[in-house]
Write a protein that binds this ligand. Structure first.
Ligand code: OOG
Ligand code: NI
Length: 465
């Protein structure tokens, strides 16, 4: 029996091998990330593994895919469900300033602590909102519906195996092999001809819409390795002559713990694609839609921590409004803001309830009362050294960075008619499409924290709260 954890790990490896043959620069990115990770491990020892073992980090990837309809989204949920990946979080990229990205998104990922530790593979998945009048008029919505309704992204056999795997917790060896082969193939770049006029019509509105709705199949948009020092990686990729986007997205490099998520990418590459012209001729041309991204993950923050992050981001924008600054200058201003306002130690993040941690007994009571009963409150337990805190890594995404990633790789500005009202499509609607719970990331982090506190109370004989 190949269980869902093993299916997920194997699928991540196969996608990685497949994407490496399709986009060789991805292999360079993975090589450089691993080189940097080895150096960080040598330099920092055990501290380098504070946010995940080196084995986890080395294997860790996120993918991004884009689908066109609720029916396709529901099928994706079944395929990932087979691999123990469930929808977490809601991202509305339509709202991103001035951008023409007519999608809403979620991330499929494991939700349990042990599953995340075994293999945290996650896939950022976006769905076109064809009913949004800021982007598509009624006629185009109808034609999109016809085009998308006529294509089949996932063969019935793949979906059947997915359902079986989810119901039974895995597949036998032969069925697992078939499932993995079909699932990987579904995300390969297709050689099927793309209608030039249809693609171009959609591209005028949004290159993301064209990438999704202009082609008869789907594909991985990018696959992202994790790196322990993204600043070092950025410099090294540039030295290798790979054109990176201007900046590292997310929190700045600063003098304190890594929080949330920092990401950067290299620019979309021209890839050969087959087109059918209006006169019926089939020609080879190229498209720039796929790219390589890399990320450094930090500690998950609580709602209060996130509010602080958003506030500092808004202040940074205000401070730099109308100025042309380099990425380095921007980082300096951001780091300055952070240093005054964000605690620079994990201990203060714990006491300020700004970030998520798990708690563990240390087996000793240093401090002043080694033989006495442990104090009941967490702050005292930490102060006495009876309990230690370990950070919980951020497993999710940042909408602004996601918008930035989309944006930096669009080939056309597209057009968005902001005078029209957008279509309502919130988290409840997305959950309805998925036919499953759309998990709230904060609740997941909080429950991992709560489970660790319950263990601490048991181990110290403190009784339940
Ligand atoms: C997804 C962009 C978002 C991230 O890492 O924030 C994303 C896409 O381009 O389809 O992958
Ligand atoms: Ni990404």
């Amino acid at each position: 029996m190949v269980d869902s954890t093993a299916l997920r790990a194997a699928f991540a490896r196969r996608l990685s091998a497949m994407y490496g043959t399709e986009v060789p620069a991805y292999n360079t990115l993975v090589d450089v990330a691993q080189e940097v990770n080895r150096e960080v491990l040598e330099r920092m020892g055990a501290d380098a593994e504070r946010l995940g073992s080196i084995d986890r980090v080395t294997a860790e990837r996120h993918g991004a895919i884009r689908v066109g309809t609720p029916a396709e989204m529901a099928q994706v949920a079944r395929i990932f469900g087979a691999m123990g990946m469930y929808p977490v979080g809601y991202y509305d990229l339509r709202e991103a300033a001035s951008s023409s990205v007519p999608v809403v998104s979620t991330a499929f990922r494991p939700v349990d602590e042990a599953e995340l530790a075994a293999n945290p593979f996650r896939v950022f998945t976006s769905m076109l909102v064809a009913g949004d009048r800021r982007f598509f008029d009624e006629d185009l919505e109808r034609r999109l519906g016809e085009f998308l309704g006529a294509r089949r992204l996932f063969p019935p056999r793949l979906l059947e195996l997915a359902d079986r795997a989810e119901a039974e917790g895995g597949l036998d060896d032969q069925a697992a092999e078939e499932f993995l082969t079909l699932a990987t193939r579904a995300f390969e770049l297709s050689r099927e001809p793309v209608s030039r006029s249809w693609y171009t019509e959609l591209e005028r509105i949004s290159s993301v819409a064209a990438d999704i709705g202009g082609v008869p199949s789907t594909h991985v948009n990018h696959l992202t390795p994790r790196v322990l020092d993204i600043d070092a990686l950025y410099t090294r990729m540039s030295e290798r002559g790979i054109a990176m986007i201007d900046a590292i997205q997310g929190p700045p490099r600063w003098n304190g713990p890594d929080l949330l998520l920092r990401q950067t990418s290299f620019r979309a590459l021209a890839e050969p694609r087959v087109f059918r012209e209006d006169d019926g001729r089939v020609v080879e041309d190229d498209l720039r839609v796929r790219f390589g991204e890399v990320e450094a993950r930090g500690i998950a923050v609580t709602p209060a921590g996130r509010a602080l992050y958003d506030e500092l981001t808004a202040e940074l924008d205000a401070a730099l409004a109308g100025q042309r600054v380099t990425a380095e200058e921007r980082n300096t201003v951001a780091a300055g803001l952070w240093e005054g306002r964000v605690p620079s130690t994990e201990a203060e993040l714990v006491t300020g309830d700004l970030a998520y941690f798990t708690f563990h007994t240390t087996g000793h009571g240093t401090g002043t009362r080694p033989a006495s009963a442990p104090p009941a409150d967490l702050a005292a337990l930490l102060a006495e050294g009876r309990v230690t805190a370990r950070p919980i890594v951020y497993e999710d995404f940042l909408p602004r960075s996601a918008a930035g990633i989309f944006q930096s790789n669009l080939t056309s500005d597209g057009s968005k008619d902001v005078t029209r009202a957008g279509a309502e499509f919130g988290p409840e609607a997305l959950a309805g499409v998925l036919g499953r719970t759309l998990h709230d990331p904060y609740e997941l982090y909080a429950s991992i924290r709560a489970a660790s506190l319950a263990r601490v109370r048991d181990e110290l004989g403190l009784g339940r709260e």
